[in-house]
Design a protein around this ligand. Structure first.
Ligand code: FES
Length: 166
């Protein structure tokens, strides 16, 4: 395992130890730990900023560009601050046919920002198949809960609830 020459200032020491353990567990293939490190850091911080990306690169002994490539490949990794809440609406084929495009347009209209951008409190993102095709259109809320099928009314209420929080 590579020892970081400096640590991300905002990453607590206990969390850093946990990350190092994950890398140690990957043995001679530290790159295999990248996704786990990104998942842990995103759970802690909400998204992967440049500081955390650099930390993952240092811990795994690979280039930041390689970590960035992996972040780009995995749609669950957020490289911009999404705000407090994230709604992912599946736009793969079954959900597309079941009305996802209309739901995405509705979410854009209600949030006031383009897909993938935060309105300061929440973000709405298109997402690949969530494995809930038989209950399309499907959504994934805050990385924890699925809603399927997602109705226009449920979407409106969800976003209104988030707007009341802000
Ligand atoms: S296509 Fe949307 S959940 Fe599978």
């Amino acid at each position: 395992m590579s020892s970081p020459t400096s640590t991300a200032e905002s990453v607590p020491t206990t969390l850093l130890s946990r990350l190092q353990q994950v890398v140690e567990h990957a043995g001679s293939h530290p790159e295999a730990a990248v996704c786990d490190l990104l998942r842990i850091l995103q759970a802690e911080h909400g998204w992967i900023d440049d500081e955390r990306l650099q930390l993952v690169a240092r811990l795994c002994g690979i280039s930041p560009v390689r970590v960035e490539e992996l972040c780009t490949f995995y749609p669950l990794v957020l490289r911009e601050d999404p705000g407090r809440h994230v709604l992912r609406i599946c736009d793969s084929i079954a959900c597309h046919l079941a009305g996802a495009p209309g739901l995405l347009r509705m979410a854009v209209a209600q949030s006031g920002v383009p897909l993938g951008q935060s309105n300061g409190h929440y973000s709405v993102l298109p997402h690949v198949c969530l494995g809930l095709c038989e209950r399309a259109p499907a959504a994934f809320v805050d990385g924890k809960n699925t809603v399927a099928p997602l109705s226009a009314e449920a979407l409106r209420q969800l976003l209104q609830g988030w707007e009341r929080e802000s």
